[in-house]
Ligand binder design. Structure first.
Ligand code: GTP
Ligand code: MG
Length: 208
């Protein structure tokens, strides 16, 4: 898919204030600093669209970006970062949970994992929570430019092997780098395919 236009639409704290024009949308989530906002900029070819920072906790709202006047990308705050104390973290997590569980337009959730790290409890628990709630998701490994090709491949393989110890099958997996553009075509093609499905029918619903 070619991205012809990408523009910021709205930021807010509440699912009820998200756009109501009933379009496909794709949200990006993962631990703070994993590279969500950078990936969105890479996908849209606009380095200043989503705000990025080397300090964790940059994104604190639900941010909607309209792509090709047709579908939305949603940048979400990271989870698991003890920002300004427990209360703020709990509020952010509540907002994220509410968005994920109630936003009918969310066609797929992309969960980002830093490809340099070993599997972390917080991510594994998050995956399980998504599974329990029947949320359609894919795993996006980030920052592959920070390692050799062989080391990156090995890390991802080990990660997937661990997941398969408790799962029967893997969700779609993407290997990316916001620095080099790796994975861009694959992600955009995946979204293009999902955009063809009627909004009501999420992939997980097909067999039910
Ligand atoms: P929060 O909004 O704080 O949750 O973070 P985020 O997940 O949106 O991360 P962000 O995109 O702001 O990136 C965090 C840091 O990682 C920044 O310094 C980015 O430049 C860097 N970064 C993100 N993606 C990549 C990548 O693919 N390669 C490299 N080398 N650095 C990256
Ligand atoms: Mg961010």
């Amino acid at each position: 898919m070619i991205v012809n236009s990408a523009r910021f639409v709205i930021s807010n704290q509440s699912v009820s204030k998200c756009p109501n024009d009933h379009r496909h949308e794709y949200a990006f989530i993962g631990r703070s600093n994993v590279g969500k906002s950078s990936l969105i900029n890479m996908l849209t070819g606009n380095k200043s669209l989503a705000k990025t920072s080397s300090t964790p906790g940059k994104t604190l709202l639900i941010n909607h970006f309209l792509i090709n006047d047709d579908w939305y990308i949603v940048d979400l705050p990271g989870y698991g970062f003890a920002m300004r104390g427990k209360k703020q973290r709990e509020e952010l997590e509540k907002m994220i949970r509410s968005y994920i569980l109630t936003r009918e337009e969310m066609t797929n959730l992309f969960v980002l994992i830093d490809s340099r790290h070993k599997p972390m409890k917080i991510d594994l628990e998050f995956f399980n929570w998504l599974g329990e709630n029947g949320v359609p998701f894919a795993i996006v490994f980030t920052k592959l430019d920070k390692m050799s090709i062989s080391a990156g491949k090995k890390n991802v393989e080990e990660y997937c092997k661990l997941l398969l110890e408790s799962w029967e099958e893997l969700p779609p997996i993407f290997l990316t780098s916001s620095e080099t553009g790796k994975g861009r075509d694959e992600l955009l093609n995946y979204i293009e395919q999902l955009n063809k499905l009627p909004l009501e029918a999420k992939p997980d619903d097909e067999n039910s």
